[in-house]
Design a protein around this ligand. Structure first.
Ligand SMILES: NC(=O)c1ccc[n+]([C@@H]2O[C@H](COP(=O)([O-])OP(=O)(O)OC[C@H]3O[C@@H](n4cnc5c(N)ncnc54)[C@H](OP(=O)(O)O)[C@@H]3O)[C@@H](O)[C@H]2O)c1
Length: 398
């Protein structure tokens, strides 16, 4: 597609019912009767904050925070001390949200490490609500293990004996217990083990909470000793700042998460970008043209529209030339890529990806090794061209 002020593919065809929509209004548009295809909002049967929602013919249970106002959360957790271990991306977001919800939350991190210092900057006070890991676990009733996944495995021999009967163990990723043969995280059999996995970075967990909204999260129960594990998972999900909670299992959460980030979220999409860019360059196109046609138009114009309205809307909203070609080529890409996705899922499920991740991320020089790889990516022509293209965006012009 040509990359003009308004990309050609975005010039709305006469068949779209909103032909005079500007690009900006199109981006902001929600699926509605005004769009070319009718949007089918999921039918919801609601019982207080619990909804059974029909997702394309499959009914799923979704919990929402409406059922857990702040005073109810405070009353539910009035006898609990939430000991949040690790203060990285998730620790920061979930910890501050718990504190703002008026719950009794303490932080446990390595004394004088980077997280310790960051926690102090965020107003946590040593000896009051900031402790070393062991002290925090001893004081806590709900132990939120938000160390990095590699660190969860590394510290397990010290952490496990502290998880005494009556405590609850909380994760934000199924990684450690699901792949216990590799991580060695074999949870004690006499405690509840629950999961709340926000579908976004800890920074988003925090910013959405501050905006009065909530992030979508998955919840799951690995082990229910008290008979209250699911209720606790839902309450914890709301308490850390979720808006909607989707029920899953530890296994499905970790499989889909590892698969997605290696696929369409990052690895796969980077591979597609590189393949398309390289062919354009080999066929004589300039770096700016190759970048604009591969990345800039995708991320700045089309992907937000697909996110807001769906693929059918996108096809309907582009020129008939773009629509014909895109619909024709989509199955070819699907057929070429599906075996790769299949191989990827198997690699996730068998633990191969976990093994690779644990081995790599527990090397003493893993940060330097990553930096070297990232430097190589930064120096690829496509991303150097991208830097120049981004500098020309109106918002980056002084
Ligand atoms: N990041 C996300 O977007 C995201 C989203 C959903 C779920 N999750 C899950 O949430 C959990 C936490 O992830 P995260 O990204 O927040 O982690 P992270 O930013 O990598 O946090 C690392 C934390 O682990 C501590 N740590 C590292 N090695 C340690 C060791 N050997 N001993 C003691 N502490 C150590 C660090 O403390 P120091 O500063 O002292 O090194 C830091 O507080 C993971 O299970 C992850 O899969 C993450």
């Amino acid at each position: 597609m040509a990359s003009k002020t308004i990309p050609r593919a975005l010039r709305l065809s006469s068949r779209v019912a909103v032909p005079r929509r500007t690009f900006v209004s199109a981006v902001r548009a929600r699926p509605s009767a005004a769009t070319a295809s009718v949007s089918h909002a999921p039918a919801a049967v609601s019982a207080r904050g619990i909804k059974t929602i029909d997702f394309a013919g499959t009914k799923e249970t979704v919990y929402e925070r409406a059922d857990w106002p702040r005073d109810k959360l405070q009353s539910y957790f009035k006898n609990d001390t939430l000991a949040l271990i690790g203060y990285g991306s998730q620790g920061h977001g979930q910890g501050l949200n718990l504190r703002d919800n008026g719950l009794n939350v303490i932080i446990g991190v390595r004394k004088d490490g980077a997280s310790w210092k960051e926690a102090i900057q965020d107003g946590w006070v040593p000896g009051k609500n900031l402790f070393d890991v062991e002290t925090a676990i001893n004081k806590g009733t709900i132990i939120m293990n938000l160390l990095s996944d590699a660190a969860q495995s590394e510290t397990w021999p010290q952490v496990k004996p502290l998880l005494t009967k009556g405590k609850t163990l909380y994760f934000s990723h199924g990684f450690s217990p699901v792949f216990k043969d590799l991580t060695k995280v074999d949870v004690p059999t006499d405690i509840d083990v629950i999961l709340v996995a926000p579908k976004g970075s800890g920074r988003t967990v925090r910013s959405l909470f501050r905006e009065g909204r909530g992030i979508n999260s998955s919840i799951a129960v690995f082990q229910d000793v008290t008979g209250k594990a699911k209720e606790k998972a839902v309450a914890m999900g709301v308490a850390v700042g979720s808006g909607y909670l989707y029920e899953t299992t530890f296994e499905k959460e970790v499989y889909s998460d590892l698969y997605g980030e290696r696929g369409c979220l990052m690895g796969g999409i980077h591979g597609m970008f590189l393949a398309q860019y390289e062919v354009l360059r080999e066929r004589g196109h300039s770096p700016s043209e190759a970048f604009n046609e591969t990345v800039e138009e995708a991320t700045q114009s089309l992907y937000p529209l697909i996110g807001a309205n769906g693929m059918d809307w996108m096809y309907a909203a582009c020129s008939t030339t773009a629509r014909r070609g895109a619909i024709d080529w989509s199955p070819k890409f699907k057929d070429a890529l599906k075996p790769v996705f299949d191989e990827l899922y198997t690699s996730v499920k068998t633990g191969k990806e976990t093994q690779r991740s644990l081995e790599y991320n527990s090397q003493p020089d893993y940060r330097e090794r990553y930096e070297k790889e990232l430097e190589e990516i930064r120096n690829l022509e496509i991303w150097r061209a991208g830097k120049a293209v981004r500098s020309l965006r109106p918002e980056n012009q002084k």
